[in-house]
Design a protein. Structure first.
Length: 478
């Protein structure tokens, strides 16, 4: 046996005749096999003298039949040179050994990493192998994953190119804006032509520099509103540096954790023509001057879309401009549910004129106020004029009447056939639930724990229902 090195590490231990005499070749092979998958003793002619392996799965590769055969004849053709190098005397071998393949009919080759050890006192070369089927499977999965990933990247690049082409070719002028830096991320050809009157690239340019000074503050306010409210914001009669006039619609969207904007631009002349046609179709040429009315007023079509509104209504809902109201559904501000507005629309169509209808007005800041609605329906134009009158804080009226009242029964009965029964039942249950919660809070003098006990609810469930019905700040007698 070789002696230890000066640094205490054993280099190429080898096998001495004393160990062989003590254990015998078979026992020595089995002992080495405890730390390896395959162990073979190969003589100086390259013939396998003894072979040991513990995994019976390797029987399918015919390893037990290679004893008495040259090891080079038991591997695939491309592995023969590696076996010759492995068994060559006085040759420096790689630390990781040589990877060779054993063939087997009807299944993939068996990959094995072989290393060899030989000493002068021992008649055999000890060949130790570690089978690598799992490593080969892992490598195969890795290659398949890389191929699939490259295919996905290729499809992603194709989709990106396709949508970029559509974006550039679109006749609708579109600008993608960084809402924090107020710089243009992208602008298609139509937008560049509308903003500058020429071709070019607007990426990275400040949006305010493309407009006249008088419109820059309006644009900045609209950008801030669209970014924080999440609702589309419209601007009319913007002027670029060349003097052209157009309208803009700003919509917010999320991208990588930030809120950016998509701005749709349209020539003002085209917008005016469309709006004029729409007003003509809906109002049949009739001009309605709501500014002469002493209360907040608006005109809506048969679908609830706002056609016009006076400045008092804009003040009530805190809308800076008329463009932020016109074209949107009245349910954005009036009513607590679609059923409530459906009751209103059904009754006003049947009665033509309606007054004293209790509802709730919610402004753009989220604040709610009790209001009384008066309405007049014009059958010829299919439009309704609404007066929105603020109620006194002490009135304490509910949006819908309590259950079993004639008004509510009439309102719900008139919706049969127009609103799904499920929705009617859900709304009526919401009204009953709210009344019960208010009654429990009144009885317990606003003690939330006692109210939850009376109602048979957990405290957490009661708080959820309070938020749902807007009763977080409810006070008895309020």
């Amino acid at each position: 046996m070789t002696s230890p090195s000066t640094h205490g590490a054993l280099q190429d231990i080898g096998v001495g005749t004393d160990l062989l005499d003590l254990l015998g070749a078979d026992a020595l092979t089995a002992l080495i096999g405890l730390g390896a998958d395959i162990v073979a003793l190969v003589d100086e002619k390259g013939v396998v003298n003894r072979l040991h392996y513990r995994n019976t799965d390797l029987d399918a590769y015919g390893l037990s039949a290679i004893v008495g055969k040259p090891l080079r004849d038991c591997v695939t053709v491309e592995s023969v040179p590696k076996i010759d190098a492995l068994l060559a005397p006085a040759r420096k071998r790689p630390a990781r050994g040589y990877q060779v393949n054993h063939s087997a009919s009807g299944q993939p080759d068996l990959p094995v990493a072989y290393t060899a050890s030989r000493t002068d006192d021992f008649p055999f070369t000890i060949v130790v192998g570690h089978e690598m089927r799992q490593q080969m499977l892992d490598q195969q999965r890795l290659v398949e994953a890389q191929i699939a990933m490259e295919a996905d990247y290729r499809e992603l690049r194709q989709a990106e190119a396709r949508y970029r082409t559509v974006f550039k070719m679109s006749e609708t002028a579109l600008v993608v804006l960084d809402s924090e830096k107020r710089t243009i991320l992208e602008a298609n050809t139509a937008a560049v032509s509308l903003l500058t009157g020429a071709s070019g690239n607007l990426t990275g340019k400040a949006i305010r520099d493309l407009f006249k000074k008088g419109d820059r503050e309006r644009l900045a306010d609209a950008i801030g509103e669209a970014r924080h409210s999440g609702e589309p914001v419209q601007l009319a009669n913007l002027h670029n540096s060349a003097g052209s006039t157009f309208d803009a619609k700003l919509r917010a969207y999320r991208e990588h954790g930030t809120t950016n904007l998509v701005i749709t631009l349209e020539n003002s002349q085209e917008t005016d023509r469309v709006d004029a046609k729409r007003s003509s179709d809906r109002l049949n040429g009739t001009r309605v001057d709501l500014e002469l009315l002493p209360e907040a007023a608006l005109t809506i079509d048969g679908e609830g879309t706002v056609l016009s509104a006076n400045t008092l209504f804009l003040d009530r809902v805190h809308a800076p401009t008329l463009n932020q109201v016109v074209g949107r559904n009245v349910s954005n501000w009036l009513g607590k549910s679609t059923v409530e507005l459906s009751v209103l629309f059904t009754r006003v169509r049947d009665e033509k004129t309606l007054s004293g209808f209790s509802s709730v007005l919610t402004d753009t800041l989220g604040e709610s106020q009790d209001v009384s609605l008066s309405a007049h329906y014009n059958k010829e134009t299919d439009t309704t004029q609404l007066l929105v009158i603020l109620q006194a804080a002490s009135a304490g009226k509910m949006t819908l009447p309590p259950p079993a009242t004639a008004d509510q029964a009439e309102g719900f009965a008139s919706l049969v056939g127009k609103v799904p029964l499920k929705e009617l039942i859900r709304e009526s249950l919401d009204v009953v639930e709210r009344i019960c919660i208010e009654a429990a809070l009144d009885q317990t003098n606003n003690n939330r724990a006692s109210a939850a006990e009376i109602l048979g609810l957990s405290r957490q469930s009661l708080y959820i229902k309070l938020r749902r019905h807007g009763l977080e700040n409810y006070r008895p007698g309020k």
